[in-house]
Ligand binder design. Structure first.
Ligand SMILES: [Zn+2]
Ligand SMILES: [Zn+2]
Length: 373
């Protein structure tokens, strides 16, 4: 199954002609999952190779405008989650994000008199007070918006998802292909990271061996592949272990929202060994104090996280708009060269084998299938 990550916006604070506001898409066969939706995401989508109609799920890391202001517009003008056959009613679009997101969308859609061509549900993560400075924590904390109270006409009841205190994470969804968890980050507003873990898949069938055993291609192949033990007409018992190659490990993609630090142990644990770790690097290491003051990270700080959890690739994104994309830097702006951010992370990761990638708008990163252990 193919899988890739496309960056639609890699700038912090606001969209500029050089960098869109935060948004990226994880694409697997037939489905697109959108992570953050800054202002202008729908135009970025149109410029990309992706089909907005394939978006089935949206994940919002935190409620700052540069990650959220594009969402009402995207929902209103793009028919998400459309089935290829027009006769079939569109399925529900699931939106995950911090508490408050349900109310934000409801008010934006209601006051603008917007109707959507598809149903949606907002599943809210309940933050904890240690995810932000006191001024970022609304007082009194907003009550969870009732999931079923005054729903927008296209809204379906969503879940309120509390922190699992034992695992220190949030269980967002589980299906036959993926498990998606969220974890806490420290920022000026409560922020979250997302861990998408693909499930391990059974290895290939040893077809020669099956033929030797006298098993003909057919439904038995499927049963064996699904882990079932099968008894042949001859009475011979065939177990999946003897006819399947080694299982194919699942891929792991971790996307972190804005942060100056992870909260608790869970983020490093969940991101361990990720194929891709997307981490913000808003300002260069020389501006560390200012970055931290605003709840942000530098390449060195992102590298420290990567050093602890050893992803295969660390992707830096969410750059201050002062860092122009390569080729667009103005004369005499040497220190604002985005390549310098990459060098700083590489320096901090020397000897670890972690590859550093600088995200750019419209960069697509394939995530290859893993080899069996
Ligand atoms: Zn931001
Ligand atoms: Zn932010």
């Amino acid at each position: 199954m193919s899988m890739d990550l496309t960056f639609l916006g890699t700038g912090s604070a606001y969209p500029s002609p050089h960098r869109g506001a935060s948004a990226l898409v994880l694409r697997t066969e037939g489905e697109c999952w959108l992570f953050d939706c800054g202002e202008g995401t729908q135009t970025q989508l149109m410029k990309s190779q992706l089909k907005a109609s394939r978006i089935t799920k949206v994940f919002i890391s935190h409620l700052h405008g540069d990650h959220l202001f594009g969402l009402p517009g995207l929902l209103c003008t793009v028919a998400l989650n459309c089935s290829p056959s027009p006769a079939q009613a569109p399925a529900c679009v699931d939106i995950y994000g911090p508490r408050g997101l349900r109310r934000f969308l409801r008010v934006a859609l209601e006051l603008s008199g917007s109707q959507l061509p598809f149903p949606y549900a907002v599943h809210e993560l309940e933050p904890t007070a240690d995810q932000c400075p006191p001024e970022g924590w609304p007082s009194p904390p907003p009550a969870a918006s009732p999931a079923d109270d005054r729903l927008h006409p296209q809204e379906r009841p969503g879940r309120n998802i509390p922190l699992d205190p034992a695992e220190e994470c949030y269980a967002l969804l589980e299906d036959e292909r993926f498990v998606v968890l969220a974890f806490r980050l420290f920022h000026r507003l409560p922020s979250f990271g997302f861990c998408v873990q693909e499930r391990e898949r059974p290895g290939r069938l040893k077809t020669q061996l099956l033929r030797d055993l006298g098993v003909k291609p057919g439904p038995i192949y499927g049963r064996l592949k699904n882990g079932e033990t099968v008894t042949l007409e001859s009475g011979r018992v065939v177990t999946p272990e003897e006819v399947l190659e080694e299982a194919i490990p699942g891929r792991k993609v971790c996307v972190l929202g804005d942060c100056s630090a992870p909260v608790g142990e869970a983020p490093l644990r969940l991101c361990r060994g990720a194929d891709v770790l997307v981490h913000e690097a808003t300002l260069a290491d020389g501006h560390r104090e200012r970055a931290v003051e605003h709840g942000h990270s530098t390449p060195g700080m992102a590298a420290a996280v990567a050093r602890a959890c050893r992803p295969r690739r660390l992707v830096l994104s969410h750059f201050s708009q002062r860092y122009r994309p390569p080729g667009l830097a103005k004369e005499g702006e040497g220190e604002d060269d985005v390549a310098e951010l990459g060098r700083q992370a590489e320096e901090a990761l020397r000897g670890t084998g972690v590859e550093v990638v600088l995200a750019e708008d419209f960069l697509t990163l394939p995530i290859p299938i893993k080899k069996p252990h």
